[in-house]
Ligand binder design. Structure first.
Ligand code: AMP
Length: 114
């Protein structure tokens, strides 16, 4: 897998506004926020995209979602609601090929997405 900007953030080679970290997960604010809260939850063990995830990644994928929900709760934004999104490959709008969960919160979101 080729190196990505997120791998550089994990290695602290470029700065990021980190809001959460544990052994397996790093979370930092998106540079181009689409909501008052827009945080990216990434696995430290890189998986290029959801399409490349394997059965052995199931627990890690669940942990990313749970970490996002826990952070929304911590901010007091969980009851009003939030959205988690994984963009996959070109049609999904993925631009960084290191799997990540977007957490969007703090405004009313609409459906369907554009
Ligand atoms: P996606 O389009 O789903 O692959 O999402 C990639 C996200 O990464 C976009 O929302 C970008 O704004 C965000 N992004 C790109 N570079 C950085 C960076 N250095 N720090 C924080 N967020 C970034």
């Amino acid at each position: 897998m080729t190196d990505t900007i997120f791998a550089k953030i994990i290695r602290r080679e470029i700065p990021a506004d980190i809001v959460y970290e544990d052994d397996e997960i790093l979370a930092f604010r998106d540079l181009n926020p689409q909501a008052p809260v827009h945080v990216l939850f990434i696995p430290k063990r890189a998986i290029a995209s959801l399409e490349k995830a394997e059965p052995g990644d199931a627990e890690l994928l669940g942990k990313l979602q749970l970490a996002a929900a826990a952070y929304a709760r911590e901010l007091g934004m969980a009851e009003d609601g939030f959205r988690t999104v994984i963009n996959c490959n070109t049609h999904g709008g993925q631009t960084v090929y290191h799997l990540h969960v977007h957490l969007l919160a703090g405004r009313h979101m609409h459906w369907p997405p554009g």
